[in-house]
Design a protein around this ligand. Sequence first.
Ligand code: HAM
Length: 418
Amino acid sequence: MNDILPGEVETWQFLEAAARRVFSLHGFSEIRVPVVEKTELFSRSIGETTDIVEKEMYTFQDKGGNSLTLRPEGTASVMRALIEHKLYARDPLNKLFYLGPMFRHERPQKGRYRQFHQIGVEAVGVDHPSIDAQTLAMLSHFADEIGLRDLDLQLNSLGCPVCRPDYREQLLTFLQERLDALCDDCRRRYQTNPLRVLDCKVAGCREATHEAPAMLDHLCKDCDDHFSAVRSYLDGLGTSYSVNKRMVRGLDYYTKTTFELVTGQLGAQNAVAAGGRYDGLVKQLGGPELPGIGFAMGVERLFLLLEGSRCEATKPDVFLAALGEKARREAFNRMHHLQRRGIRAEMEYQTKSLKAQMRRADKLGARFVLILGEDELTRGVAQLRDMADSSQREVELARLEEVFVPSPNPAATDATCA
Ligand code: HAM
């Protein structure tokens, strides 16, 4: 679990602001759900036999004896909220996004943490392939917006309750003949969750399952048509992708379209974002029969990819330097008024020499320094130094409002990013 420090947080703010901007352009609204839910919400939705539920959840009993869990992902909580507040009665298509911390007790490594952050989206209510393509195109729009390059959007279809049982039988037959070549985990998965065998990273398992049947080749007509249509919408948009027949997901709720946005730059933790369709989930959690699709991005992984183009911390518009106690008091008052008018103003709080104050202004990266001396104060003027070219001019204190004009939306300019 990491601290996010000044100097890093600007990149986080940049990513969050870009997500809010892009997602709202695509008609998604933010939803905020608690970080703690009843344990059974996750075991029922993610699946009892998944790694997340079997090994990775932070689960505890509260004082009332209820079993609670720090959320390992956001989809289950958003579906719980959708059902609890009957959001589907307000709108037949709910397009929602969320951001915040998630918790999984995994072995930490680069790009994998125990508290990590996701920016996720869910579109619930429509199963038309155009909404799959829309969701994928939005992910690609976001990646372009923040300047990510060399990513591979990989697609697969995991079928539905009509075609998956047959496929599962075929996979079991295939695996049965190769059980001796599989690792202990996969021999267990063979019993509980055979599709996950295809996702095993152990070389022996990969080799043994090289020619395993793929779900994509065993789709029913409905799933097959759906997948072709998603592809044709993406082709129409010019959104590039590849098909990865071996992709399975670590959560059990997926049906039909699944996808991962993969990078070659993060070693084993190569999925920057992942998601898919989950048409049975809302019903399974006690809601009406509503289809859904979504994805979540790992913010730490986005951060690692962006580190080359770090965002700059916010810099003061003006640093007020004062000579003498009377001028310091004047500078203090002026600074406060400037701040209230939306100007980023700073000063040195302790009594320091002008040289030390200039050094501090320089360190903070102030655009201007306003130097107030006692003599000048009596004349109602100050020296304004432009730190970019070291030029200096006299300004009237009564006309400072004309000198410093606030930017239209200071909150939106928290960080500038290359
Ligand atoms: P997921 O594949 O488990 O899917 O996680 C999505 C993304 O979260 C991953 O691709 C990765 O970028 C990031 N992530 C996951 N675990 C960690 C970790 N331990 N440390 C750092 N980053 C991590 C889900 O969570 C689904 N709820 C996504 C979804 C939304 N499907 C439909 N809607």
